[in-house]
Design a binder for this molecule. Sequence first.
Ligand SMILES: [Zn+2]
Length: 194
Amino acid sequence: MVDCGFGLKETIDRLEKYQINPSKITSILLTHEHEDHIKGAFSLANKFQIPIYLSYGTYQMSHKKINDGYKIKFELINNFDSFMIDDISVSPMPVPHDAREPLQYRFDCMDKSIAIMTDLGKITKHVVQKLSRINLLVLEFNHDEEMLRDSDYPASLKKRINGEYGHLENKESLKLLSSISHSELRWVDSCSSK
Ligand SMILES: [Zn+2]
């Protein structure tokens, strides 16, 4: 599981809808410490004894939220090294975002690969390189430069949304997609958050 932004009950309810038994989840990978990514992660990990993989910075910024008495196994990630979870090779990607040490992930198994990219402020060479020859990409992009400029948001908010440590702008995402496009990239799914 990558991130867990819902509370424990809602997470379990949603998993049930997809007939996923939470006790069958073998690991939770966290991308960063923002609440909409970790809200239910610790309670889920504690209840079903699921190890959590995360960067040192994410651990530092979030461990105070762990209830006393929780027993959770943490695995600190070496940000540039791939590692195995069962037969899946996980490649972390450090990304620009306004968090302590945010990561996104690519997964390779057999000869197929997928990546989930949320919370990316700016395209980097490293990201483009890491997304080479993937088969499926989930990409978050959530604002349009002109609409933002013409909106009545306060200047400080406009600056944050438009900054290099927020989320990808619509046209930027198109740039990213065209730079990684190849014949084996079969599925692209978009997601957006508030
Ligand atoms: Zn975030």
